[in-house]
Design a protein around this ligand. Structure first.
Ligand code: TXA
Ligand code: MG
Length: 322
């Protein structure tokens, strides 16, 4: 049965909070992408997330909080660097990976001694977490490895039949997942995302970006991830698109001529990277549904959010990004 889809009224959020407390699954909006939430302290509820997402058990889940005191409660130690970043960027699209305390179940961290903590800035997410009165473990509300959902419709299409409730808070304003930063020993970026790298470096200095290893610490690092079903290729100069294939174009800005593309999605009319990030997954979802043979993606400038967009394009293309 399709999950109920409710607008984020007081009543709906009360209902969602009680579903979470009772061990159910609720999809909810955040400023980055939609999350699939469960009570982080309920191991059975968290196990259901893995089933619904068809997600490997070695992939840890982010714990979402709405109260700064929960950082101390869920983490064994919060060093000075973490404190500075928390003061400056939370709530917002930054996830910190810190040593976990014993109250965090191992199913949430996939057996790791670290936990990923995130305080979203989306008012609906904050209200829901507060009403649930427990931290909410939530991955993106899509099938593992597929395109992330930035609208309630995206969620309904993929996993709507397998969860209890969807809160429809409209389109996610940032549109790409949070930046994941590990603060154990050397600060290391595990996933480029909604908070630009440069902003973090202004506060704690130069960061290492973790490259792919055989056993990724963070599946966002898997070579092929965030992928449409249609093959995707990053556009190179002087491309000749064969007339025999149905090709789509994911353009950064409006193309000068239509060329021979079946379908074109423009990320930003004015060439604004924030707008491009916000439209990124919706545009890819539409291209993926258009029965194309291939999607060509125009590269975007690799500054600010452009780095996170290019990272996702390279992963969708399945080319090693080291
Ligand atoms: O923006 C976001 O972060 C969204 C919204 C819903 O909050 N969530 C999200 O979750 O993107 P998910 O599960 O799709 O991606 C979380 C990433 C994964 O690559 C996971 O491996 C990594 O964070 N992660 C979680 N806990 C970790 C840990 N303890 N150590 C290393 N990586 C961790
Ligand atoms: Mg995800």
């Amino acid at each position: 049965m399709m999950a109920e889809i409710l607008k984020p009224t007081e009543d709906a959020l009360k209902k969602a909070a009680s579903v979470i407390r009772e061990g159910g699954l609720v999809a909810f909006p955040t400023e980055t992408v939609y999350g699939l939430g469960a009570n982080a302290f309920n191991a059975n509820a968290v196990a259901k997330i893995f089933e619904v997402k068809r997600r490997p058990r070695f992939d840890p889940i982010i714990v979402h909080i709405a109260d700064f005191n929960d950082v101390e409660r869920l983490c064994l130690e919060v060093d000075e660097r973490a404190k500075m970043l928390i003061r400056k960027f939370l709530p917002g699209p930054l996830t910190l990976v810190l040593p976990k305390s014993e109250i965090v179940p191992y199913i949430v961290t996939a057996g790791l001694e670290t936990v990923a903590i995130r305080m979203p800035s989306h008012p609906v997410a904050l209200k829901l977490i507060k009403a649930a009165k427990v931290p909410i473990a939530a991955p993106s509300a899509n099938f593992f490895g597929c395109l992330s959902p930035t609208t309630a419709e995206h969620v309904a299409e993929q996993i709507g039949r397998e969860i209890d409730l969807i809160i429809d808070g409209g389109k996610c304003p940032i549109g790409i997942e949070s930046t994941v930063l590990e603060l154990v020993e050397k600060p290391t970026i595990l996933r480029l995302g909604g908070l630009p790298l440069e902003e973090i470096e202004k506060v704690i200095g130069k960061l290492e970006i973790s490259t792919l290893s055989k056993r990724p610490r963070s599946p966002g690092q898997l070579q092929k991830h965030y992928s449409p079903r249609t093959p995707l290729k990053i556009l190179e100069k002087d491309l000749v698109v064969s007339k025999d294939i149905k090709a789509g174009l994911l353009a950064f800005t409006p193309p000068k001529d239509k060329l021979s593309f079946e379908k074109i999605e423009v990320l930003s009319v004015s060439g604004d990277l924030s707008e491009a990030a916000c439209n990124f997954f919706s545009s890819l979802h539409r291209l993926d549904k258009a029965a194309l043979d291939i999607i060509y993606a125009e590269p975007v400038p690799e500054i600010g959010l452009g780095k996170a967009i290019m990272d996702r394009l390279r992963k969708a293309e399945g080319i090693k990004n080291e």
